[in-house]
Ligand binder design. Structure first.
Ligand code: AMP
Ligand code: MN
Ligand code: MN
Ligand code: MN
Length: 284
């Protein structure tokens, strides 16, 4: 039953490989009944995905995954059930997208220093009309033969300390949570197990997030190991946060997890979708 709801995935609007309508078709074919689309810093796929979901007879939840800087680290905050017409949210995300372009030029400059020319143009050919992300640089670098796959290319070129990494100032945690809440949404910390925070900072993050009005954390996600499901279920409980789940599907070859395979939330979790109209059929 858990695999029926997937509240985290990406389309070509950000760094996914499938256009919104194909992503929805893919989810429906995999048995997903409630789908949230959460492109990075962009609401542009929601209307099309919602229409497609209607055609496939599945429920659809607006979403976005906002890039945030907290204590000099990048965190991802997912907003669910946000209002895609909210002006403050739209303006703030437009600002983030503009800044991404400058960041992409800096990434390309870093790669040029180690002899990799024209990486901006190369990444752009993968991004096409969408925002420029490190995933697009990764695809370019693999195609150009600098690594055998996306996973190794990140380690070699695109993470802290490597030539294609630039430290970037994203939105603050408080701003992201506030924007999501003010647009009527639920704020969720995406894949908390991926941030490599120690015990103290992890607890500080949960405490601050809750203080800003945060609702939930992802407990079951394509980027957590099974022991982490239990670890974050306990943390959610301790901080009175609800639990979310999502595959973080990006498309074939770009994902940790296929759609439709999410295990159940651990016992005792309060699902973030508990009172949602969209999830009524799951709660019945
Ligand atoms: P950006 O927001 O431009 O920094 O790009 C971040 C995106 O790169 C994430 O959302 C993932 O899709 C992808 N990504 C980050 N780290 C890795 C990794 N180690 N392996 C594969 N993909 C990654
Ligand atoms: Mn991504
Ligand atoms: Mn993420
Ligand atoms: Mn994601």
């Amino acid at each position: 039953m858990a695999a029926l709801i997937d509240l985290h995935c990406h389309s070509t609007i950000s760094d996914g490989l499938l256009p919104p309508e194909e992503l929805v078709a893919h989810a429906a074919a995999r048995g997903v009944k409630v789908l949230g689309l959460t492109d990075h810093d962009d609401l542009g796929g929601l209307a099309i995905a919602r229409e497609a979901a209607k055609r496939h007879g599945i429920a659809f939840v607006n979403g976005v995954e906002i890039s945030v800087t907290w204590k000099r680290r990048t965190l991802h905050i997912v907003g669910l059930k946000v209002d895609a017409d909210n002006q403050a949210l739209k303006n703030a995300l437009a600002g983030v997208r503009d800044a991404r372009d400058g960041r992409a030029r800096e990434i390309a400059a870093g790669l040029a220093k180690v002899g990799i020319a024209d990486a901006y143009e190369g990444a752009k050919s993968f991004a096409k009309q969408s925002i420029m992300t490190r995933s697009h640089f990764a695809q370019f670098l693999v195609q150009a033969g600098h690594a055998k796959n996306v996973k190794t290319v990140f380690k070699k070129y695109l993470v802290k300390g490597k030539p294609g990494f630039v430290e970037h100032q994203w939105m603050s945690l408080e701003e992201a949570v506030t924007l999501i809440k003010q647009s009527g949404g639920f704020a969720v910390i995406a894949h908390p197990g991926r941030y490599d925070l120690g015990f103290v900072n992890m607890h500080l993050l949960m405490h601050e997030f809750r203080g800003y009005g945060g609702d939930a954390i992802e407990v079951v996600t394509g980027s957590h190991t099974p022991p982490q499901y239990d670890q974050f279920a306990k943390i959610a409980h301790r901080f009175s946060l609800k639990a979310s789940q999502g595959s973080d599907y990006h498309g074939p070859g770009l994902s940790y997890m296929e759609m439709g395979y999410l295990p159940d939330l651990p016992h005792g979790c309060v699902p973030v979708w508990q009172d949602w109209e969209e999830a009524r059929l799951l709660n019945a």
